[in-house]
Design a protein around this ligand. Sequence first.
Ligand code: ZN
Ligand code: FE
Length: 264
Amino acid sequence: MWSYQHKAFTVYQIPALADNYLYLIEAGDALACVDPAEAAPIIKACDELNRPLTHILNTHHHWDHTGGNLELKERFNCTIIGAAHDAARIPGIDQKIGEGDVLKLDQVNVTVLDIPGHTSGHIAYVLKDDAGDALFCGDTLFGAGCGRLFEGTPEQMWHSLKKLMQLDERSRFYCAHEYTLNNLEFCFNKVSQSSDIKKYIDWSFTRIKDGKPTIPGTLKREIRCNPMLLPANGEFRRDYAASHEIADDAVSVFTHIREARNNW
Ligand code: ZN
Ligand code: FE
């Protein structure tokens, strides 16, 4: 378990399954879990912190994000929060939320964003903090990548990614999988070999070699390096479109890169 100090809250990161990250957010009297794939590691972490779980925040319905919901609710009687759009698929949901809703974890404001694309009801949670916001983005934005489009169109996903790019670039993003090195390998071979990307590869390689996560990272680095966000950069977009002989609008370029990643 790793921990990250923000000013008003602490985030604990717990590895689970093959490559998932589960998170606990400790804010005053609140202890919230984001996307419990399974209950056991969360129960163990609550024991270590010596406090009960008060909330579950789900980003989307996939089993590797909600699998622990019912067992944790039974044990802690915690409140389960998830997307109103997808309430029928969130086990044990108590509170249904969507774009623009603001929750409170003790004194901390949590803003909800609708970011469909990976699933039709995917949401993100943004925790406001003087020392840098925290973004919990589930399977939408990854280190150097984005989620597969299981239930959404490229237009939807691009719109969702643009919404995340508009957040404070100092924000740290806490996504649900450790995919960074694979994504960077794809990026280096198929999309860009910029010096920023080489630096990101060296850093990630060292982190993984030392048994450490590459997540959380900053939005700032993703905006510069993430191949799924690069279509927002006009110069990159025109070069990429010209060399692949496709239209040079952002959605066309994003769609092409996403499909190349699917076939990688
Ligand atoms: Zn998923
Ligand atoms: Fe997942």
